[in-house]
Write a protein that binds this ligand. Structure first.
Ligand SMILES: NC(=O)c1ccc[n+]([C@@H]2O[C@H](COP(=O)([O-])OP(=O)(O)OC[C@H]3O[C@@H](n4cnc5c(N)ncnc54)[C@H](OP(=O)(O)O)[C@@H]3O)[C@@H](O)[C@H]2O)c1
Length: 323
């Protein structure tokens, strides 16, 4: 089968289109014919060797796919060949076929395209967990969402508005923010032109926000803590800048602030947490209230372009690869 491999940690020149043996579904696993694969910022971090616990080269990147079941391994009763599915995998999605643990496979709702399904699990489960499980968002609260035009960001803006929150969104260009405003964001900040902390303080009468969704790190992390009101929560689920900061415990305790880490893969192992999020998300999908945002659809052979788009922060929403 055709696949894209990371040959060594490094730049986009380490992505190689190759012919490899198809994987085999073992007990409890499902072999999927991939129709579309979502490209995530984590893939960029994995390629660069910056993703803790990520695979070592050579490996096929790709954390989420949509396609049809080619074969169900021994002991799998929930899925049958020909069934339309989407799946989360640890890696291996940039390929014509991938093997997934059946626990990570979900039936694809009727009428949902492969592209939309490949843009769904990582973005929407991460955003839902960040807002509800970790962030405990309530109607009327104000949520600051960074990288709001990205994959998780566009999902978070939609879900925060549905939860009844006021959304303050940041991104690095007015073009991105126009689209984020169309998703329902109330206040949009181009942080290359304005200081987001000053805008947040202005918009909240100097009080700050109840919740921040933070995935950038560096100064954005520090200023996001400063942007919280007392009892505010900062959910940290990414470090796109690779600049790791530590909160000052004195600031946390004197202002009653909560800093909460979130890892999608770990939370997907908590059945009760997943069940609550699934109920919300699949209900919203069925009624068309959430629409995965897809910026670019590329062929597998264009994996370098896909990584360049994400790495250079030029994507809107999700980038999809089609084998
Ligand atoms: N914890 C988890 O389980 C989990 C799950 C999914 C995603 N994530 C994380 O969530 C974040 C979003 O993921 P995604 O796949 O949806 O990517 P994305 O948001 O589409 O792309 C990352 C965005 O981050 C913003 N950014 C700000 N400063 C940056 C910097 N110094 N370097 C690179 N990007 C910067 C850029 O938007 P602007 O230029 O508009 O600011 C960029 O487009 C990533 O950090 C990812 O690792 C974590």
């Amino acid at each position: 089968m055709r696949a894209v491999e990371v040959s060594a940690f490094g730049g986009t020149d380490k992505l190689e289109l190759v012919d490899v043996e198809s994987p085999v579904a073992g007990p409890g696993q499902v072999l999927i014919d991939v129709e579309a694969c979502g490209v995530n910022y984590a893939d960029i971090m994995m390629r660069r060797g910056l993703y803790g616990g990520g695979p070592a080269p050579r490996f096929i990147p790709g954390l989420e796919v949509a396609g049809t079941v080619a074969r169900a391994g021994d002991g799998v009763t929930k899925f049958v060949p020909g069934q339309r599915v989407m799946a989360l995998v640890s890696h291996g999605g940039y390929a014509e076929q991938v093997v997934a643990s059946s626990a990570g496979v979900m039936p694809r709702p009727e009428g949902m395209s492969a592209q939309s399904a490949a843009a769904f699990p990582v973005n929407y489960f991460t955003a839902d967990f960040a807002l509800h499980f970790a962030g405990n968002v309530k109607p009327g609260q104000t949520v600051l969402i960074h990288a709001a035009a990205g994959g998780v960001g566009t999902a978070a803006v939609q879900l925060a508005k549905i939860a009844g929150a006021r959304v303050i969104a940041t991104a690095s260009s007015s073009e991105k923010l126009e689209r984020v405003r169309a998703l329902g964001a109330d206040i949009c900040i181009d942080y290359t032109k304005e200081d987001f902390l000053a805008v947040v303080r202005d918009a909240t009468d100097g009080e700050g926000v109840e919740l921040v969704l933070e995935s950038v790190g560096g100064d954005v992390f520090d200023k996001s803590l400063a942007a919280l009101r007392s009892l505010g929560r900062l959910v940290v689920f990414g470090i796109a800048s690779a600049d790791v900061r530590r909160p000052d415990p004195r600031e946390l305790l004197f202002r009653n602030l909560w800093v909460i880490g979130l890892h999608l893969g770990m939370l997907m192992l908590q059945p009760d947490v997943v069940e609550q999020a699934s109920e919300r998300l699949f209900g919203l999908l069925a009624t068309g209230r959430i629409v995965p945002q897809i910026g670019h659809v590329l062929g597998l052979e264009e994996a370098v372009r896909a990584h360049t788009l994400l790495g250079e922060r030029s994507n809107y929403g999700k980038v999809i690869l089609e084998p």
